[in-house]
Write a new protein. Sequence first.
Length: 119
Amino acid sequence: MYYFAGMDANAQRYLLLIKLLHTIIWLVLGTTVLYVLYSGITGCITIYSWWAVAAIIIEGLVLILFKGSCPLTVMARQYSTSTKHNFDIFLPEWLAQYNKLIFTTLFVIGVVLMVVRVI
């Protein structure tokens, strides 16, 4: 069992489940951003490229709705008082800290390249 200091067993389980789910969703959305970037770089733009753009825009709207936080982060906060950026996800601290900056930059570059190739 994954151990979180100072937490009861149920809280540990809930936080572990949230971290697992959050990591899986992050992998899917991160791959989606990389697909947008790939589409823009290679010019291989399909309906899936535009669906990927839409999915990331929806993710952005969710983040705006939750004041910059993922809803899973809000849920995980109930089970942890950690101040680390990766308390709610299985990512290195530096990546969790700069995640939005890195992937927003890659997404914007990808979308710009896609639009330039289409027009």
